[in-house]
Design a protein around this ligand. Structure first.
Ligand code: AGP
Length: 616
């Protein structure tokens, strides 16, 4: 998704903006640019490619201004070209604009502006927005006590349909920035005699940890000395300044080769942070401060509906299994993008849950709003504090795993699995689970970090397997019950970072079609944990072997496979069934990571992908 950075202060804006854009790279993009105010005009540099290209170009441009905006573009309207990169300038040269989102009525606005003599250099909706601001500005007159600049932006946004996070500058107001949001995240950083704007905190925490999370339909007008927030309808908004707990080093690569590697190996600590302070005094259930779900209210709930996208959706599927297993409550899981249009008939006694690492995924935000519009209580599981989904929910739990920079979700995913297991415990203990079963369950959850450490010790072994399998073009991932969603997650990991085709299936489903794919050219990653299904899983593996399919088996220590059945064996430690999905996920994270490295893929910023999908 696009990234936005803005700066007003006493320092040279370009260096601060470029550093911020570097920290937003993980969001996914294909071009970048910046503009600074200088000598009554804009110093503008924008290029296709990486921020490092932009840095090299900017060094030649002598950008000395102390007010500026910068952008990383993930193309929606218009191809990947220098001309389509942001910032865009109005054709009268008065305005510079950057934008994250989609303006749905840009074609009609563009036609109108063409009749007014405005010209266009790009194919983007953003340039249309920029010229519309110029149009309103040209019609405005300066009135005492109001800002012609701010009024022009406000009038423009009343015309715009769709989503936006924008920041704009005007050459008549060289030390001002106006920014606004609707559907795309935007955060104001309040520094020491300086202000910053960013799409997420990672771009500004090196300069301040005091932030204001702008809400939809809010506009912020920033000058060198202060800022004011108002709504599109001109109501003043009293800013709430939050303090970000993340540190800048949390977003640093450290000694790892990639953020994905760092975040895979951070998982034991991330799981400890997820659990910290969240078990009851008597250690028999979970405690969630912000869930806002008192027991008497929970008693009225008799079913739970989850919505999410991607890996978070896989986490919902695992959680569904655990809640139904331990709390004996029916659970339904929907893709957010499907739920928002399906108009499902749901009983009033439904509790909604949205899971989203970024808290900005537009489909999950829309699902949240759809559920709330229908009067359901909506709770969330989110990692990014202060994100839109977290703020619009009726309550929820934060994951507390720190920034996840790699586009492929790893520590956030296993943290969601752990929180899902804790929710299952919380609900079960408010229903029929006994005190002693609760204590045993809590003890099992507390083992998760150590069990993950044990699996991580197999990284060299898994890397060797990856080297042997990196050349295959197709994979199947097969698991049952709570490991079927983990099979889906393994397939997604491999697809998204190595670009290899992979599919996840319930293991017993093989016979209903997918087994036709089995050959020596299509290996299977097979989850075969200890338990009642083990013998059936062995039978499924034998069906694959009989058709010369190669098998990478992930098996609980102590479980014996028939000799020669598995071509590769990855052992996982015995564990409670609530922790099994977490432990079983780590081998497939490592396998996909090492295969992608073997193939020299852009592991942290895979092609076409974004960390947070804030456009439909
Ligand atoms: C997972 O590896 C992907 N990056 C993607 O599927 C992601 O899980 C999905 O876009 C949902 O993101 P969210 O959790 O921030 O809502």
């Amino acid at each position: 998704m696009c990234g936005i950075v803005g700066y007003i202060g006493k320092q040279k804006a370009s260096a601060i903006i470029l550093e911020g854009l570097k920290r937003l790279e993980y969001r996914g993009y294909d071009s970048a640019g910046l503009a600074v105010q200088q000598n009554g005009r804009f110093g503008l540099v924008k290029k296709v490619g990486r921020v490092d290209n932009l840095i090299a170009q900017a060094a030649k441009a002598r950008l000395t201004g102390t007010t500026g905006i910068g952008h990383t573009r993930w193309a929606t309207h218009g191809g990947v070209t220098d001309a389509n990169a942001h910032p865009h300038l109005s054709s009268d040269g008065k305005f510079a604009l950057i934008h994250n989102g989609v303006i749905e009525n840009y074609v009609s606005i563009k036609k109108f502006l063409l009749t007014k003599g405005y010209t266009f250099q790009s194919e983007t909706d953003t340039e249309v927005l920029c010229n519309l601001i110029a149009y309103h500005y040209a019609k405005e007159t300066e009135e005492e006590g109001t800002s012609r600049f701010l009024t022009s932006v406000r009038k423009t946004l009343h015309h715009a349909e769709g989503t936006y996070g924008i920041a704009t500058m005007c050459t008549d107001c060289p030390a001002e920035i106006v920014a606004a949001r609707k559907g795309s995240p935007l955060i104001l950083g309040v520094g020491d005699n300086e202000y910053l704007l960013a799409s997420d905190v990672s771009a500004l925490i090196s300069r301040t940890q005091n932030v204001v999370y702008l809400k939809d339909r809010e506009i912020v007008h920033i000058t060198a000395r202060n800022f004011s927030i108002s709504t599109l309808d001109q109501e003043d908004v009293a800013p709430v300044i939050d303090t970000v707990t993340w540190r800048v080093e949390d977003s640093d690569l450290g000694s790892s080769a990639h953020f994905m590697e760092k975040e895979i190996f951070e998982q034991p600590a991330a799981l400890e942070n997820t659990m910290r302070g969240r078990f009851s005094e008597d250690q028999s259930t979970a405690n969630f401060g912000g869930l806002n779900l008192p027991p008497f209210e929970f008693r009225q709930i008799d079913r739970i509906h989850f919505c999410a996208c991607g890996s978070a959706w896989h986490a919902c599927l695992v959680t569904e299994h655990l809640i139904e297993r331990f709390a004996r409550m029916p659970v339904e899981v929907d893709y957010s993008s499907e739920f928002r249009y399906r108009n499902s008939p749901l009983p009033a006694s439904t509790l909604f849950f949205i899971i989203s690492q970024s808290g900005e995924t537009i489909d999950s935000l829309a699902a949240l709003r759809e559920a709330k519009r229908k009067g359901y209580k909506v709770l969330t599981m989110v990692n990014v504090v202060g994100s839109t989904i977290a703020r619009e929910a009726d309550g929820g739990v934060y994951q507390h795993v720190g920034p996840e920079i790699g586009v492929a979700s790893t520590k956030a995913f296993t943290s969601q699995l752990l929180l899902g297991a804790m929710l299952a415990l919380y609900f079960a203990r408010m229903r029929d689970m006994s005190y002693s079963d609760g204590v045993e369950y809590v003890q099992a959850l507390k083992m998760a970090p150590e069990l993950v450490r044990k699996v991580l010790e197999q990284a060299p072994h898994i890397r060797e397997i990856a080297r042997r399998y990196a050349h295959y073009k197709d994979f199947l991932f097969l698991g049952r019950l709570s490991l079927f969603p983990v099979a889906l997650e393994g397939a997604l990991k491999l697809k998204e970072i190595s670009y290899i085709h992979a599919e996840g299936y319930p293991a017993a489903e093989m016979k209903h079609g997918p087994i036709a794919l089995i050959s020596e050219q299509c290996p299977s990653v097979f989850f075969a944990p200890a338990g009642e299904m083990f013998s059936k899983l062995v039978s499924s593996m034998q069906e694959i072997k009989a058709r010369r399919g190669r098998i990478i088996a992930i098996v609980t220590e102590g479980c014996e496979l028939p000799p020669g059945l598995a071509d590769e064996l990855i052992l996982i430690p015995p564990c409670h069934e609530a922790v099994l999905p977490i432990v079983a996920t780590v081998p497939v994270q490592l396998l996909s990571y090492y295969i992608a490295v073997e193939l020299c893929r852009d592991v942290d910023k895979p092609r076409n992908l974004a960390k947070s999908v804030t456009v439909e």
